[in-house]
Design a protein around this ligand. Sequence first.
Ligand code: ZN
Length: 258
Amino acid sequence: MFKRIFINFKKISGPSNDNQKGMKKTLVIFLFVILATSLYSQQDQGEHNYFITHTREELISKLVDLPCNIKPDDPIKTILNKLEVFLDNFQPASDYPDDIYAKAANMQALISVKQGGYGIGSVLIDSDGKIIAAAHNSQIQKHRSDLHAEMTLLTNFESSHKAKKYINLYVYKPGLTVFSSAEPCPMCFIRINTAGADTRYCTPGPEDGMVTRISCLPLSWQEMAMKHKSEIGKCSPIMQKIAHLLFYSYLLDNRGPK
Ligand SMILES: [Zn+2]
């Protein structure tokens, strides 16, 4: 297509009248739009691809690219310590209003990874934007199939005394949001909706997240999900990347059931 456009452009690139000048201008604009769209789409694809990691090598390469001074040969403990130092010192900026929650959720995720577990964390936010509970995945630590971060968060919260003012029987009053380091899985997304909270998350789960697959749910669950807000948070790229890499940190030592 580009060749044909170029030939046509050449045909009219000699001495030109007003009509031909107009055509040239249109062609130049057309070419510019095509080029810009192509570049944007490549960049978008690149960003999207970042959030898919299948091998330890890919994971290490992305960890080394973070501004955390991680080296390819660093032992796992050193990698985790460097991530911890970075997260501890990270100052959320107003450009990304959800970074304060992303930082808290990522720190929860890191606690789990340091314990030998999976790197997912979540926090519960009240209607004033205050974090009122926090939890991390503990499936490996406690040998329990249900202890995803969001499940633990809600179970612990519902069992606590402070939950009374936020809950009607078992359904939360409006205004509570579960913020997760990663896009919630089907089990957690349904639990959050059953509880009546909104869902927000830091890093997309292109291969496993349920928020972007609401249309796959049975109709009544879809209807329930549509009653609540479910969205990706306004987080900085660095928080998104760290959330993603913590999620896939099990590749570092191939932890989990064999
Ligand atoms: Zn889950």
